[in-house]
Write a protein that binds this ligand. Structure first.
Ligand code: C2E
Ligand code: MG
Ligand code: MG
Length: 316
């Protein structure tokens, strides 16, 4: 009933509804606890794609507590400079030369040790800390790359939340100016989730970033749900093929190779480069080269873990 379209001043309006449920007395004996627990159920309902109902469960409280703890730890990490960047080489398949490095955020938690960005970046996005962390990463990557002995490129991941901020181009310009890094050496990695919001806004943002003379790469290609329509306009220089397609591509009967080939054809036609991520073994290098990818990135140049990442003392 609620979601039937309404007409308001000649416009059709639809509203959605997600429901969180807490039941007294087992989920709380006072209004404050009940409302908080119903809210946690609501949070879970939204997380499960909205438009559904979820009953409160104790695990939700534990999840919320650990998110909250991580949020507090992230604030401290920013204040105390606990983040650093690791650099993963990107290699040309044509001549096996390193053409650049992707800067990857690393967090050594004082008690929990290394925490993956796949874990803490989503929390930082949720609680509004990704802007600060991202800004630090952008400046640090530009400064470090400017001091490298060879003018290799540096790629920086940009969260869709950062991308939506109108001042992003100004921030990038400032990082370039302060570090002295040539704009052509900086590449921003953006995921297709940026296209879920306002079209005109994102087109303006793309234009402003390209006007700085930097490069743009489409990260995690093929893993989302967006249409391909955005490729008509978005000025990408490169498509990064997600490691889930590389994984298992050498197995007989795998369809991954066919998908990679199709992505390469698409990118070639649009005049874009391609980087295959997550290349770990020699057979994969050969396959990826045969499929026509222009670049590869992965742990193949060392053992998994930090050994294939180049830390602060970077020298080629
Ligand atoms: P991504 O941008 O797609 O980064 C590639 C990820 O794949 C990295 O994981 C990298 O270490 C991993 N990888 C590359 N080659 C191989 C391989 O051969 N084998 C295996 N097993 N893994 C490989 P990482 O560093 O854990 O980063 C995960 C994600 O976290 C990144 O995915 C990116 O979305 C996000 N992230 C990392 N640094 C930043 C950052 O500075 N800002 C933002 N906003 N997000 C970041
Ligand atoms: Mg990336
Ligand atoms: Mg990726």
């Amino acid at each position: 009933r609620l979601s039937h379209p309404y007409e308001i001043q000649g416009n059709e309006v639809t509203i959605g509804c997600s429901i969180g449920i807490a039941i007294a007395p087992q989920d709380g004996a006072d209004s404050q606890t009940l409302i908080r627990n119903a809210d946690l159920g609501l949070y879970a309902a939204k997380g499960d794609g909205r438009g559904v109902h979820r009953f409160y469960a104790e695990a939700m409280l534990e999840g919320a507590r650990s998110r909250k703890r991580m949020e507090e730890d992230l604030r401290l990490a920013i204040a105390q400079g606990q983040f650093r960047l690791a650099y993963q080489p990107v290699v040309s398949t044509r001549d096996s030369q390193v053409v650049g490095y992707e800067a990857l955020l690393r967090w050594n938690h004082p008690t929990q040790g290394e925490i993956s960005p796949a874990q803490f970046v989503p929390v930082a996005e949720e609680c509004g800390l990704i802007e600060q962390i991202g800004e630090w990463g952008m400046r640090a990557a530009c400064t470090e790359a400017a001091s490298w002995p060879r003018p290799a490129r540096v790629a920086v991941n940009v969260s869709s939340i950062q991308f939506a901020k109108p001042h992003l181009p100004a921030l990038v310009a400032q990082a370039l100016a302060q570090s002295g890094l040539a704009p052509s050496r900086l590449e921003l990695e953006i995921t297709e989730s940026v296209f879920l919001t306002d079209n005109q806004e994102s087109e303006r943002q793309f234009a402003a970033l390209k006007a700085l003379g930097i490069r743009l790469a489409l990260d995690d290609f093929g893993t989302g749900y967006s249409s391909l329509g955005y490729l008509r306009h978005a000025p990408f220089d490169k498509i990064k093929i997600d490691q889930s397609f590389v994984r298992g591509a050498i197995r007989t009967g795998s369809r991954n190779a066919a998908i990679i080939r199709a992505i390469v054809t698409l990118a070639d036609t649009l005049g874009m480069e391609t980087t295959a991520e997550g290349v770990e073994i020699q057979d994969e290098i050969e396959l990826i080269r045969d499929l026509g990818c222009s670049h590869i990135q992965g742990y193949v140049y060392g053992r998994p873990g930090n050994s294939s990442e180049v830390h602060r003392t970077l020298g080629e």
